[in-house]
Every structure is written in structure tokens, then in C-alpha cells.
Design a protein around this ligand. Structure first.
Ligand code: GDP
Ligand code: MG
Length: 175
């Protein structure tokens, strides 16, 4: 029930408007959030089966563009895996992720599961970030997984969260 601790806590991070909430809601409810409310900050819970094993996961959808908020620090401390989201339609949204990643590493003081996501892949005509932008960043950051996703179409949405769960399990058994 609600009071039971989740097995895995996943934190959504990235600039405003990149699609953190839309990816979260597509995954949790299978619905596309077409309106933009930058203030939505919510935690969702879902039981999912990955590789034949069930896990209760909690997804913390963060909001706000401020780099340092107390709440964000609480999320970061609690998180087991982090999804770093930028928008393929906004090159500038890539630049917001470096600082967030450093904050995570500083707070955690060890390697943690990170996943890089370029969202809004359905908006092909508005694309500003070629595939190499994400691929290069993923290499620079130690070959973390990179996905191009669309919250609108549901492309690669389940895959992102499954990857996070697998990484968390692998880390648990290796420490
Ligand atoms: P957040 O600030 O990162 O939580 O961004 P939101 O999830 O609220 O999304 C911002 C805006 O982009 C909203 O109007 C969404 O409907 C839209 N959006 C999010 N993901 C996608 C996507 O994959 N494709 C398209 N076309 N629009 C998206
Ligand atoms: Mg949001």
C-alpha cells in the first residue's frame, strides 16, 4: 500500500518544458499531457515487471528551472536512478543537464544510474539536436544510455524506465 517504501526511486530532471511531466504521465497512465504546467511537481507510483521480476517504482517529477532548490536536493538524495531529459527541439536544453549531473554526483558521492533522454522526437521539422549531440554526451559521461523518445507517441517511453530498473538492480548486486 501507499506507506510501503518503493523498491526503486526514479527522478526526472531537466530544463522547463522538455517533457519531464509528459514522459512521466505517458509511462504511468498511458496518456499524453498536451498542456504545459511548469509547476506540476508530483510523485507517482507504479508496479512494473522487468525481466520477469516485479518492482515497485516511484517516479519523482521535478519542476522549476532554478538550479538549486531545497526540494531538488531532497529528491536527489532519495533517488536511485536519474533520467536527464532535454528536448530535441531546443539545443539550449542540453546545456542545463551538465550542472544537474554534477549536483547528483556531488550529493551521491558515487556512481549512480543515469539515463539521457532526447524527447519530442515526433517533432521532426523542429529538430535542433542531431543524434550525435546525445550520443557524444552519453560517451562523455561514461557511456550512459541515450534514448530518443516521444512522450506524445509513446516512443521509447517504457524502455527508459525499464533501463532504469535494470541499472538499479545491476548496481545492487554489484555492491
Ligand atoms: P516539463 O516542464 O519538462 O515537465 O515539460 P512538459 O512535460 O510539461 O511538456 C512541455 C510541453 O511540451 C507540453 O506542452 C507538452 O505537451 C509538450 N511535449 C512534451 N513531450 C512532448 C513530445 O514528446 N512531443 C511533443 N510534440 N510535445 C511534447
Ligand atoms: Mg513538468
Amino acid at each position: 500500500d501507499k506507506d510501503d517504501a518503493a523498491d526503486i526511486k526514479i527522478v526526472m530532471l531537466g530544463g522547463g518544458g522538455v517533457g519531464k511531466s509528459a514522459l512521466t504521465l505517458q509511462f504511468v497512465k498511458g496518456e499524453f499531457l498536451s498542456t504545459y504546467d511548469p509547476t506540476i511537481e508530483e510523485t507517482y507510483r507504479k508496479t512494473m515487471e522487468v525481466d520477469g521480476l516485479k518492482s515497485v517504482i516511484e517516479i519523482m517529477d521535478t519542476a522549476g528551472t532554478e538550479q538549486f532548490t531545497a526540494l531538488k536536493e531532497i529528491y536527489m538524495k532519495a533517488g536511485n536512478a536519474f533520467i536527464l531529459v532535454f528536448s530535441l527541439t531546443h539545443l539550449g536544453s542540453v546545456n542545463e543537464l551538465g550542472e544537474l549531473r554534477e549536483q547528483i554526483l556531488r550529493l551521491k558521492g558515487r556512481k549512480v544510474p543515469l539515463i539521457l533522454v532526447g524527447n519530442k522526437s515526433d517533432l521532426k521539422a523542429d529538430r535542433q539536436c542531431p543524434q550525435e549531440v546525445g550520443a557524444n554526451l552519453s560517451r562523455l559521461w561514461g557511456k550512459i544510455p541515450y534514448y530518443e523518445a516521444s512522450a506524445r507517441k509513446g516512443t521509447n517511453v517504457d524502455e527508459i524506465f525499464e533501463d532504469a530498473v535494470r541499472q538499479c538492480r545491476a548496481m545492487e548486486t554489484s555492491t
